[in-house]
Ligand binder design. Structure first.
Ligand code: ADP
Ligand code: MG
Length: 235
């Protein structure tokens, strides 16, 4: 098992945003995490990455308990993420943003720059290296976050709605990029509302509703599940 959430609960006061989530991730998986807005998907990501500490339960990575580790320590172990709302450094260039990721593995500027340029090439953003991050639109920022995450040389990449707000064409390009990332040996968890993305990428899907798991299975199984349909319809 690469990554495992065992009975993870995150409470804000008396409200449980994530309620006893159990999710396992095997090397080579593309796991889809879906559910209506407010289901707790981003909160669960935060508990996996250390951006939030879970209230109870454990997070294991390669068999090791990482529940209380800082985000940086988890990143060092090989867990990378993107945010639902891109967290790019607006005043910095595209290249510098990616170098921040690369600095996790090296303290040498030249080496970080070399690695960042290679990642930008890989995600098709080489020509934008010197552009300020603030000049990018949403699709560019989302791709830049993926680039920064890749520069940390992750084993697992968590993508939080990486394709929201993209045009049909941009979604196709992003799907191709995720496939390429997966082929390079990186295991993925994708939170995504666009069913076409889940259908074409995920090998397994877990569905959350109001903090609790309500279904799991193949993309086809869960999208045909009456409980899942009811959750999305708000009934
Ligand atoms: P999703 O990503 O599935 O849309 P979230 O994980 O963002 O859902 O949120 C789950 C629930 O937890 C929502 O009801 C949200 O309002 C609540 N929530 C998220 N973060 C906080 C917080 N920091 N404080 C209080 N409530 C929060
Ligand atoms: Mg979310």
């Amino acid at each position: 098992m690469l990554l495992e959430a065992c009975d993870v609960t995150k409470a804000f006061g008396s409200f449980k945003a994530v309620d006893a989530a159990c999710v396992t991730l095997e090397q080579g998986d593309i796991l889809g995490l879906i559910g209506p807005n407010g289901a707790g998907k981003s909160t669960l990501f935060n508990c996996l990455t250390g951006d939030l500490l879970s209230t109870s339960g454990n997070v294991l990575f390669e068999g090791r308990d990482i529940t209380r580790l800082t985000p940086e320590a988890r990143a060092r172990l090989g867990i990378a993420r993107t945010f639902q709302v891109p967290q790019t450094f607006e005043g910095m260039s595209v290249l510098e943003n990616v170098m921040i990721g690369a600095f996790l593995r090296t303290s040498h500027r030249a080496e970080a720059e070399k690695k960042a340029r290679a990642v930008l090439e890989r995600v098709g953003m080489s020509k934008l290296a010197d552009a300020p991050a603030r000049s990018l639109g949403t699709p560019g920022r989302k791709r830049l976050e993926i680039a920064r995450a890749l520069a940390t040389e992750p084993k697992v990449l968590l993508l939080d709605e990486a394709m929201a707000g993209l045009t049909q064409r941009e979604v196709q390009l992003a799907i191709d990029l995720v496939r390429d990332i997966h082929r390079s040996g990186i295991t993925l968890v994708i939170v995504e509302h666009i069913m076409e993305v889940i259908m074409s990428l995920a090998s397994r899907v877990v569905v959350f509703h109001q903090g609790c798991e309500i279904a799991r299975g193949t993309p086809r199984e869960v999208t045909g599940n009456p409980a899942v349909i009811a959750a999305y319809l708000g009934t």
